[in-house]
Design a protein around this ligand. Structure first.
Ligand code: HAM
Length: 434
């Protein structure tokens, strides 16, 4: 395939979503199918769509996601709007949860009957080093429940993601679960963790040395130091939960068992965002290589208050849409059948062309998908093109047909031909009947 060398290629870590099955996960038909399944499942589970803006005040993410997280410290695309008197910077959303909470508060959604069950899907931006499955512009399907403390809400957001994956044909997935406790039990545990690692921290990577005092939990999920003996003997949060967190943790697991969801407890999952309390989870696919986390989420009972609301619990997750489509490719899941064009109008000669233009517009108005040649091709070339674009029918108009007031309607699959009156309603009826 010949491709020109462009002076201005797409920015690193972005992807075009393209027309055509040959583009695999970048095929727009696969995206439309995924988006349609997302909208359908959200409706079935009682979630309404909320679309926050693509950028927010930087402060929202610093406060919401956490000032010490990699996302905020290293990965934000921050903009300085020209002529902005307030002098505040804006940031392209690196995730949705903070913006969803802001929109919920700013628009008074808490005044409606609770809980608030909302979803959204769209692009998010992180200045990460791009590789397969990790991009600078990527897409998330985000689901949130605000106002429900019940562990059944945690179980529901775990289940809805798995059900979507099942419907798409994503195969066996691995659900990993942990609890990060709450402001009652986590500070006590953090001190224990610091005391545990402090004597040996000089043997750890520089990131861990820096993190030990501010965020000791991140030391536990450091990839570079995963093999250090002190990791194996580190105290675990799930063994130090307060009574309330422990009840929540056990009850969530019994809900998951009741839903027949297989999961493993992984006490090392800490997640990269600061707002989590109690439940955290990640769903992995063995076929995805290094970037194998398809989605992740958890509970964040302090976030809504942190962003200015009344104390309100929250739980949710976000699925990486590129990663989901990559898995489906890898598994060889057949893409959705392409939506076919109903009728390609083939015209021969000036008079027929003029008639064809009007006919195509009227067919479209009647709800069919219809098209015609715009390049002045020969009859043969027009027929070939109709075949290439996958038209079900070709409606052929030449001088003879014009004189007789008919079109020759060719069934492109069966290679049979009939005559139909040259009138949009009659033609549409014949196409629909076929
Ligand atoms: P997260 O784990 O940062 O969580 O991201 C969720 C998912 O987004 C990841 O599992 C991955 O599939 C996808 N993802 C993240 N970064 C990239 C990237 N650079 N390229 C491709 N895919 C990526 C959150 O964002 C939380 N807001 C989830 C949440 C919602 N928790 C509670 N509610």
């Amino acid at each position: 395939m010949e491709v020109p060398k462009l002076q201005i290629p797409a920015p690193r870590g972005t992807n075009d979503i393209l027309p055509g099955a040959q583009f695999k996960w970048q095929d727009s038909a696969r995206w439309q199918h995924l988006e349609a399944e997302i909208a359908r499942i959200c409706h079935q589970y009682g979630y309404a769509e909320l679309r926050p803006p693509v950028f927010e005040h930087t402060e929202l993410f610093a406060r919401g996601v956490g000032a010490t997280t990699d996302v905020v410290q290293k990965e934000m695309f921050t903009l300085m709007p020209r002529g902005d008197e307030e002098g505040q910077t804006l940031t392209l959303r690196p995730e949705f949860t903070a913006g969803m909470v802001r929109a919920y508060l700013e628009n008074g959604l808490f005044n409606q009957s609770q809980p608030t069950k909302i979803w959204t899907a769209g692009p998010a931006f992180r200045a990460e080093r791009p590789q397969k499955g990790r991009y600078r512009q990527f897409h998330q399907w985000d689901v949130e429940i605000f106002g429900a403390q019940d562990p059944a809400a945690d179980a529901e957001v775990i289940e809805i993601g798995l059900e979507l994956a099942r419907r798409l044909g994503a195969g066996e997935l691995l659900v990993s679960l942990n609890s990060l406790g709450c402001p009652v039990c986590r500070p006590v545990y953090r001190e224990q963790l610091k005391a545990h690692f402090r004597p040996v921290i000089h043997e750890f990577c520089s990131d861990c040395q820096r993190r030990l005092e501010a965020n000791p939990l991140r030391v536990m999920d450091c990839k570079a130091d995963a093999g250090h003996p002190a990791q194996r003997t580190a105290p675990l949060m799930i063994e130090h939960l307060c009574a309330e967190c422990d009840t929540h943790w056990k009850s969530l697991q019994s809900h998951l068992r009741a839903l027949r969801i297989q999961y493993q407890v992984d006490p090392r999952i800490v997640r990269g965002l600061d707002y989590y309390t109690k439940t955290v989870f990640e769903v992995l696919h063995p076929n995805l290589g290094a970037q194998n986390t398809l989605w992740g989420g958890g509970r964040y009972d302090g976030l809504i208050e942190e962003l200015g609301g009344k104390p309100t619990p929250g739980v949710g997750f976000a699925m990486g849409m590129e990663r989901m489509l990559l898995v489906l490719d890898e598994l060889g899941v057949a893409p959705p059948p392409p939506a076919r064009m109903d009728c390609f109008v083939v015209a021969l000669g000036e008079a027929a062309k003029e008639r064809a233009v009007g006919l195509v517009y009227q067919l479209r108005r009647l709800g069919l998908s219809a098209d015609l040649d715009l390049l002045g091709r020969s009859l043969k070339a027009q027929m070939k093109y109709a075949g290439k674009v996958g038209a079900r029918y070709a409606a052929i108009i030449g001088d003879n047909e014009l004189a007789q007031g008919v079109v020759a309607l060719r069934d492109m699959d069966a290679a049979t031909q009939t005559q139909v009156p040259l009138a949009p309603e009659a033609l549409a009826a014949a196409v629909r009947a076929g």
